[in-house]
Design a protein around this ligand. Structure first.
Ligand code: DC
Length: 223
């Protein structure tokens, strides 16, 4: 199975780009951040104290997560048969996903779920540690970056310009700090990853750059 990994900080455009690459290459898309977000959602719904590691850990047991594009090309995320796609993006869930992702037991429990996706499918995996920890032997690894102002502006536009821009900047900074300073599986540039700075590039340019690299290498191998 071919594995493409795409890691990088918050609000850098990873999921938009990973989705497009997956659709163009006809690979499955694995949104690893959504898995941490699902844990945060269940913690909230079950009114578990986020500081209670044992109870938060219990949430990960027997989790059945699936995700794929539906027949209309919409990406859908399920826990069991429940569609949770539209429940994962609010600010509380974003913050709590980042908090639970610092827990060793959680990361360990979620590894199997993530690796399972690559057993029978070519995949594009996107997150913070997909190239370093989840799939260190991936054939193609990319690290996507962009400066803070670019990321802030992108998120601001995404929010429909409804949230104060300095608040968005602070949220991104806070998440960057937590994601890159945590002890276990911090956000790093994975060994062997190609670094792409998207600050001055459009989404389409980045997608094309990645697809060109994957297809060029594949062509070389079949010659
Ligand atoms: O990519 P995202 O914003 O949906 O991720 C939500 C949180 O999950 C993020 O703050 C850090 C965590 N995460 C992680 O620790 N490791 C991953 N591979 C993906 C996400």
């Amino acid at each position: 199975m071919i594995i493409v990994t795409l890691d990088g900080p918050s609000a850098v455009g990873k999921s938009t780009i990973a989705k497009l690459i997956a659709q163009k290459l006809n690979f499955r898309y694995l949104d690893t951040g959504a898995i941490y977000r699902i844990v945060a959602l269940l913690v909230k719904e079950r009114e578990i104290n986020i500081e209670n590691r044992a109870e938060v850990s219990n949430v990960c047991k027997n989790l059945k997560i699936s995700m794929d594009f539906d027949k209309n090309g919409e990406f859908k995320i399920f826990v069991g048969f429940r569609d949770v796609t539209n429940l994962l993006r609010d600010e509380v869930i974003s913050k709590n996903a980042s908090i639970v992702s610092e827990y060793f037991e959680i990361r360990k429990n979620l590894l199997g779920i993530q690796r399972h996706f690559a057993l029978e499918n070519d995949i594009v995996a996107e997150g913070r540690d997909t190239g370093s920890v989840v799939f260190p032997y991936a054939k193609y690894k990319f690290y996507l970056d962009a400066d803070l102002e670019t990321r802030t502006l992108r998120r601001y536009k995404q929010s429909g310009e409804t949230i104060d821009i300095s608040e968005i900047r602070n949220q991104i900074l806070e998440r960057d700090k937590r994601d890159s300073e945590r002890k276990i599986s911090p956000l790093i540039i994975p060994e062997g990853a190609i670094i792409i700075d998207s600050s001055c590039k459009t989404i389409d340019e980045v997608v094309k750059q990645i697809i060109d690299i994957v297809q060029l290498e594949d062509k070389k191998e079949t010659q």
